[in-house]
Design a protein. Sequence first.
Length: 265
Amino acid sequence: MADSRTSRPSEGLGSTSPAPAVTRAAAVMDALAASATGRLTLSDLARELGIPKSSTSNLLLALEEARLISRQGAEFTLGRKLVELGAAYLSRLDEVQEFYRFCEQAPTLSGETVRIAMLDGTNVIYLARYEGHPAVRLTSNIGDKMPVSLCAVGKALIARLHDHDIDAMFPDDVQLPVLTPKSLRTGAELKAQLQTIREQGYAFEDEESTTGVVCLAVSVPTRGAHGPSLGLSVTALKATYSAEQGSRMVKELNELARSLGNPMG
């Protein structure tokens, strides 16, 4: 099947946007973030945007001057300015600051690896990570995206959605991404877990994203009509995990969730 961008190279991505340059700049950074190596050439990016190399080159020069991307030989990578912008964004989220304060003082969570994440379509984005002792390091970092079907926090968040929305996102026969032999394979398998999650009030991930690692998660009550859809998760090594430990973890996650969702409560 022909790519529609190659048939109209003079238009390309952003041609219908009120600010095409901004749309294309965002596409450049998305492409670099999605790249397996984190590096792409001018030719790679021109193909991604569907515009001539000359236009792409001018765009890359502007992004490089703004420190949003960096040139390394013939390739481009994301720039350090994005770290500064991301840090500024997170520093202004009251939920993130409260998250760290609570984890430091919690009897159980203070010794665990705990994360706060935000729902983004069929993925979650991790906003903050508290590392207790010992930390489970074979898990997602700040800024990482993870398909909701592969993580407890993703399942906890979509369990809050209406069934018709979940059906639209995950038809029964849709093939889900797989990372381990225990990963869920289809939309039907994912939806089969949601009723249990709703009934017990938390989600459990059993080596579905990382072999040897389990995870428990709860959703945060939405703050206001347009509040972000946030969730909390705690990770443990399966070899040392127990049901009693899980009960303590869920209890403290729920306390933290209530604190984040209703700071005056």
